[in-house]
Design a protein around this ligand. Structure first.
Ligand SMILES: Nc1nc2c(ncn2[C@@H]2O[C@H](COP(=O)(O)OP(=O)(O)OP(=O)(O)O)[C@@H](O)[C@H]2O)c(=O)[nH]1
Ligand SMILES: C[S@@+](CC[C@H](N)C(=O)[O-])C[C@H]1O[C@@H](n2cnc3c(N)ncnc32)[C@H](O)[C@@H]1O
Ligand code: SF4
Ligand code: SF4
Length: 353
């Protein structure tokens, strides 16, 4: 396995299959590449099926254990099933999608070997959903989640970006996953770095505190040092979540977890993904990314380290992979460092590098 200069093994790759999308979520970072707006037809600059498969075969040579397919909307690719089928057997395959194309295709993906799926659902409310995603496909997304569960792609993780426009729906979403054993919830801290609008962010510690008060059990996940809360339904009113009161009356059991635990006996699982300004998150980051155009990049938040894989021969892919891993730096704490006022600024060492 390749290891970067900060001792981080590269065990996973995130492959963006397209930057096209049928939604236009107001917060979208498009995996670090910005706007998803544009024509929906297949674009010439996208990696072809053979390129993606060859890349995954080389990644497997480097003992990469998992691949996440993402985008844009990865299900706009008609060859997704073929890509999943041809992914090396020793790699766990997962997909992050807006869910609209899962009805009708979930079974094929399962048969092709897909192991897991994350579906973005920011609210249990049709109107709010339409406002956030600039799409009227709310029912279609719910159908997509059902389709995934029906073919045994469970647990399905629901991805919810936590920002001003969604915070009020957290209690209902927690209740929703607590009541449905096939579902888990992932609360993703809004990242303004690429999407802009820093004023939309809310203090994610409030959400941690709110969940800690209600959790029967808390787990630590080694990846990104993420915390998982196991919450039963019941009193999940959002009042405290909206207020800044941080008093915590309970001490839930706290366990270590290295893998994807899914014991539903303790209630619904809620995981918080909180990268913003989080040096510990970056210190536990084991993934390299590939853009739809076939560039490798070492960090979601950076585009100054893009490395082309050229004509995508195996040797070119190997060289690019080694180089990108060699150049990886933790974004927070190394690339971005504290300025005198407690904010973040680019480390001089990397300016123009
Ligand atoms: N800054 C940063 N954000 C990340 C990283 N990984 C995931 N995220 C954020 O979390 C979002 C959802 O991630 P998913 O694609 O659902 O996958 P995941 O939760 O990382 O992976 P699994 O839990 O294994 O399914 C991403 O699009 C990012 O917004 C990362 O390495 N760095
Ligand atoms: C870029 S989308 C691509 C996959 C697919 N279209 C989807 O929405 O699931 C991947 C994930 O990134 C999350 N995301 C997008 N922009 C974000 C931002 N600014 N901050 C935090 N998460 C974001 C989305 O909620 C989604 O779960
Ligand atoms: S569905 Fe995914 S890729 Fe499309 S705009 Fe929303 S977050 Fe971005
Ligand atoms: S280094 Fe940090 S910001 Fe960059 S991808 Fe990894 S966790 Fe995210």
């Amino acid at each position: 396995m390749l290891v970067d200069g900060f001792g981080r093994e590269v065990s996973g790759v995130r492959v963006s299959l397209t930057d096209r999308c049928n939604f236009d979520c107001v917060y979208c970072h498009n995996e670090g590449l910005g706007d998803t707006r544009g024509p929906m037809e297949p674009a010439e600059n996208e990696m072809g099926t053979e390129d993606v498969v060859r890349f995954l075969e080389v990644a497997s040579e480097f003992d990469v254990e998992k691949v996440k397919f993402t985008g844009g909307e990865p299900m706009l690719r008609d060859d997704l099933e073929e890509i999943v089928r041809r992914t090396p057997d020793d790699m766990e395959t997962s997909l992050t999608t807006n869910g609209t194309f899962l009805p009708g295709r979930a079974e094929g993906l399962r048969e092709a070997g897909l192991d897991r799926v994350n579906v973005s659902q920011d609210a249990i409310d049709r109107e709010a959903f339409a406002e956030i995603t600039e799409s009227g496909a709310y029912e279609r997304v719910l159908e997509g989640v059902e389709a995934a569960l029906d073919v045994g792609l469970d647990p399905v993780k629901l991805n919810m970006v936590v920002f001003e426009g969604t915070v009020e729906f957290i209690p209902e979403m927690v209740e929703h996953v607590a009541a449905n054993s096939g579902l888990q919830l992932q609360l993703i801290e809004y990242m303004p770095e690429i999407a802009g609008h820093p004023e939309w962010a809310i203090d994610i510690e409030r959400v941690h505190d709110w969940l800690a008060e209600r959790a029967d059990r808390i787990e630590h996940r080694e990846m990104h040092d993420r915390r998982r809360y196991w919450v039963n339904g019941g009193d999940v009113s959002s009042e405290e979540l909206r207020s800044s009161d941080r008093s915590s009356g309970r001490s839930p059991r706290e366990d270590e977890a290295s893998g994807a635990s899914s014991d539903s006996s303790d209630g619904g699982m809620v995981e918080i993904v909180d990268p913003v300004g989080n040096e510990t998150f970056c210190a536990n980051c084991h993934r390299v990314r590939v853009t739809h155009e076939g560039y490798l990049k070492g960090c979601l938040n950076r585009n100054d380290d893009l490395r082309s894989m050229g004509e995508m021969t195996r040797d070119e892919i190997r060289d690019a992979f080694r180089e990108v891993v060699h150049n990886r730096v933790p974004y927070y704490g190394e690339y971005m460092i504290r300025d005198g006022d407690g904010g973040w600024e680019v480390n001089d060492e990397y300016v123009g590098a």
